[in-house]
Design a protein around this ligand. Structure first.
Ligand code: G4P
Length: 541
């Protein structure tokens, strides 16, 4: 059991769109022997079946909308790679995935440096104390000055950076990297298409072969930079990496396989395995005899047209999972048998008999599961890992035709259960459908697309006039308050747990109302969920 736990490495790759996340994922799978030919994940060019980005919308718009899990063995490690959607718009789904990982790989386009989405995702990782490993990608293209790239990590993200390797040139001159740990140069050879492992030859820095094959000016500059890095002081501090204060930086080119294996090897050696987590005010350890526990971080229906069912993704936190085991669904107190459980690989799945902390189990057949729920043998355990977010976009969705209303409603209910968007009921509203509330408008597109493709229901969006939602402290809400005090246009609504929410058309009108009613406690999130969740919210902002 101890050995199995220590073998696990569960992580996500975060990046701004186009930095190379999909390409790097693909290369990891190639090195892990999980796919035969790189290209199986993105398949944007040749329309091959995709392994990771499975939705048509993703192909159409070049984004990944939903995320999946890829498990493979690499050397003595079991790697669980959780895919995060990489679109520009904010998505709650991405943030939820980050609750289930133990480390993150941050891919940066070395020609561009840190971009907006990288910053947001980094902030979430930092707040959760997740160790972050940086891959400076696309060194085969003209890159920004590498010292300034490192400076940027420190000045923009506020994290110390330690280059694990140093590039020999960039663009057409990119020949390889100097590995600072082994003091060896890894020379790369370009292979058309980058489909196979790039041949690498390894030399000492003073080796005439290295000296002769580099432009003399580049060679001299590289020596100077390396001397400067060594002189700059502090050695590599693994503890600082694990506490999230230092990011090891690796230069390379994912599409050419340059530096990918070096990165993967070092990353899997240095990244932390599963660690004890907090639940119900206790630390849940990883001892061999620890009882089983885990939490659901994602629910998705109709992932595969062949299996039109609802899959809950459970991250195991402690204990051994065995198929057919009995656990408590601690939110409802129900005991249930976990019989229909799967190991996931993209959209493929196979029956899973056994799993360990760090692993993700796909469970089907439990309609009452919600995102954030805990499954454990100890009925008192509750993980509170999943952040909640304050919605800023509101809309109604209508069935395009009356004849499709039944399908539309069934699909919408299902997607609301999945947590694709939040829903609110406006007090005394004549609307037949709930008000949808999201953090970014793309979430509405996803709902519409999925209604159409999975339920055959066309829909129409009607924008709602509100921009700001505030929850009211429950004791005040129960007593009721004078609704005539609300500014014009503001409305009272209820969330899906029946809590009172006030909707305002503008921030100033909310501030004005709050100023006039100081005794009324207003909150950006339901008060029972404020805490770790507020952190995630401010990161999102
Ligand atoms: P993402 O998942 O982060 O959005 O990025 P993705 O891997 O899809 O990569 C975005 C584009 O960058 C792709 O080109 C990809 O081939 C290219 N790319 C990735 N790594 C490197 C690299 O090391 N060097 C260079 N020069 N390019 C790289 P595309 O033209 O948009 O797609 P495709 O037609 O090549 O699939």
């Amino acid at each position: 059991m101890e050995q199995e736990i220590s073998r696990r490495r569960t992580f996500a790759i975060i990046s701004h769109p186009d930095a190379g996340k999909t390409t790097l994922t693909e290369k990891f799978l190639l090195y892990g022997g999980a796919v035969q030919l790189a290209g199986a994940v993105s398949a944007r060019q040749n329309q091959r079946a995709t392994t990771s980005d499975w939705m048509e919308l993703e192909r159409q718009r070049g984004i990944s909308v939903s995320s999946t899990v890829l498990q493979f063995e690499y050397r003595d490690r079991v790697v669980n790679l959780l895919d995060t959607p990489g679109h520009k718009d904010f998505s709650e789904d991405t943030y939820r995935v980050l609750t289930a990982v133990d480390a993150a790989v941050m891919v940066i386009d070395a020609g561009k440096g840190i971009e907006s989405q990288t910053r947001k995702l980094f902030e979430v990782c930092r707040r959760r104390g997740i160790p972050i490993f940086t891959f400076m990608n696309k060194m085969d293209r003209p890159a920004r000055d590498r010292l300034s790239l490192l400076d940027e990590l420190e000045s923009v993200l506020g994290i110390a950076a330690y280059p694990m390797n140093w590039p020999l040139g960039d663009g057409a001159q990119f020949r390889g990297v100097y590995d600072r740990q082994s003091s060896r140069v890894h020379f790369f050879e370009r292979v058309p298409g980058g489909a196979f492992r790039a041949p690498v030859s390894v030399h000492g820095l003073a080796d005439p072969q290295v000296r002769d094959s580099l432009d003399p000016e580049l060679y001299a500059r590289t020596l100077d930079e390396l001397a400067m890095l060594e002189g700059a002081g502090a050695g590599f501090d693994h503890a600082a990496v694990l506490s999230g204060h230092l990011t090891p930086v690796f230069f390379g080119s994912a599409v050419n396989n340059f530096g990918v294996q070096l990165f993967l090897d070092t990353f899997l050696e240095l990244a932390p395995g599963p660690h004890p987590r907090q639940a119900s005010g206790r630390v849940i350890g990883l001892e061999s005899d620890a009882p089983f526990s885990g939490f659901i971080f994602k629910i998705q229906a109709n992932m595969d047209p062949k299996h039109r069912d609802r899959l809950a993704f459970l991250r195991i936190c402690s204990g051994r999972f065995e198929r057919d085991m009995t656990v408590t669904h601690t939110r409802t107190g129900r005991t249930l048998r976990l019989s229909s459980t799967h190991r996931l690989f993209g959209r493929d799945r196979e029956t899973l008999d056994e799993a360990f902390p760090g692993d993700v189990v796909g469970i089907v057949g439990h309609a009452h599961f919600r995102i954030g729920d805990t499954l454990a043998t100890d009925p008192t355990l509750v993980y509170r890992e999943i952040p909640r977010f304050t919605p800023e976009c509101f809309a109604w969705l209508h069935s395009a035709t009356t004849s499709q209303f039944k399908r539309f409603r069934e699909g919408l209910d299902q997607l609301l259960q999945e947590g694709v968007v939040q829903s609110l009921l406006i007090k005394n509203s004549p609307q037949r459908v709930p008000l949808l509330a999201a953090v970014g408008p793309l979430q509405f597109d996803v709902v519409q697309y999925r209604l159409q493709s999975e339920y055959g229901a066309e829909s129409r969006v009607e924008a709602a006039p509100w921009r700001v939602a505030r929850w009211v402290a429950s004791d005040v809400a129960e007593d009721g308050f004078d609704e005539s005090l609300l500014p014009s246009g503001a409305r009272v609504a209820f969330d899906n747990a029946g809590r009172t929410v006030l909707l305002f058309s503008e921030q100033w009108s909310c501030d004005f109302f709050a100023g006039r009613n100081p005794s009324l406690q207003l909150s950006t999130l339901p008060l029972d969920s404020v805490g770790e969740t507020a952190d995630a919210r401010s990161a999102a902002a």
